[in-house]
Design a protein around this ligand. Structure first.
Ligand code: SF4
Length: 254
């Protein structure tokens, strides 16, 4: 029998404007890699998103994202390093037939992008200017490469999908999302930007690449990098995560 990992309860009070929102979470008591904190971070992201959506609904807006609409799953989809290793673990645990089908989609996408020198352009654009980076992101969309986990226009790894996918919600008509230009797309802006906080916390700053890994490059990237990231207790990770989250929060009314 595998012993249950010991955990401890951490209480946090988040400040939103003048309000204080209490949060309680069970985190690993022993030192772990950041990827072991993902279930807690996903749960937190889900509850931030739900409360944001409730407020939007109360204000008369409606989220137009629906199951079966995978338009946004052809975007570049930034993934944190911790999530990249987690997704790789998920892929490797799939039954062989399914694993090779998904792996094949990763390889085909990478081959296409590499044959057009896309990643070099993306890296150059990211270090040049916001405008050039935005254009490189639009160029990715124009390749029309679906996320390898997209099946029948639905996410096949819904519970483990990256924070980027959780936070991507729109209130505009779904057909607008099918254009690379994104004209008319009304994205929901989140108060707590968990994606940015996680990417920043997870990034190994000694690596001279982008701060994130594009979803399509997850398999290739995890082939080339081993997870030699640091280990902290859940309580220490929680402290660092909330420090990072504080840097990526929108002031009320912004
Ligand atoms: S992980 Fe799921 S939601 Fe995210 S891009 Fe891929 S298919 Fe879409």
């Amino acid at each position: 029998m595998v012993p249950r990992e010991s955990s401890e309860r951490v209480n946090v009070a988040l400040r939103i404007g003048d309000a204080s929102v209490p949060l309680e979470m069970d985190v690993p008591a022993r030192p772990v890699k950041l990827r072991r904190m993902l279930p807690v971070i996903r749960q937190m992201s889900n509850s931030f998103i739900s409360s944001g959506v409730e407020q939007l609904t109360a204000a008369g807006s409606e989220i137009s994202c629906r199951a079966g609409c995978g338009a946004c799953c052809r975007q570049i989809v930034p993934v944190s390093e911790a999530e990249a290793f987690d997704l790789r673990g998920l892929l490797d645990e799939m039954p062989e037939e399914r694993r090779s089908a998904v792996a094949e989609r990763f390889s085909e996408g990478m081959e296409r992008l590499n044959s057009h020198g896309y990643f070099e352009r993306l890296a150059e654009a990211a270090s040049a200017s916001d405008d050039r980076y935005d254009e490189a992101v639009r160029e990715y969309f124009r390749f029309g490469i679906p996320c390898p986990f997209l099946e029948d226009e639905s996410c096949s790894i819904h519970d483990s999908r990256p924070i980027t996918c959780r936070e991507y919600l729109v209130t505009s008509p779904p057909e607008y999302c099918a254009s690379a230009e994104g004209e008319g797309v009304a994205n929901v802006r989140h108060f707590f930007q968990v994606k940015e906080a996680l990417i920043s916390l997870s990034q190994d700053k000694t690596r001279p690449e982008l701060p994130y890994i594009p979803m399509i490059a997850v398999m290739d990237w995890t082939d080339k990098h081993s997870d030699d990231s640091r280990e902290l207790t859940g309580r220490e990770w929680a402290r660092e995560f909330f420090d990072s989250l504080a840097r990526f929060s929108r002031p009320p009314g912004d």
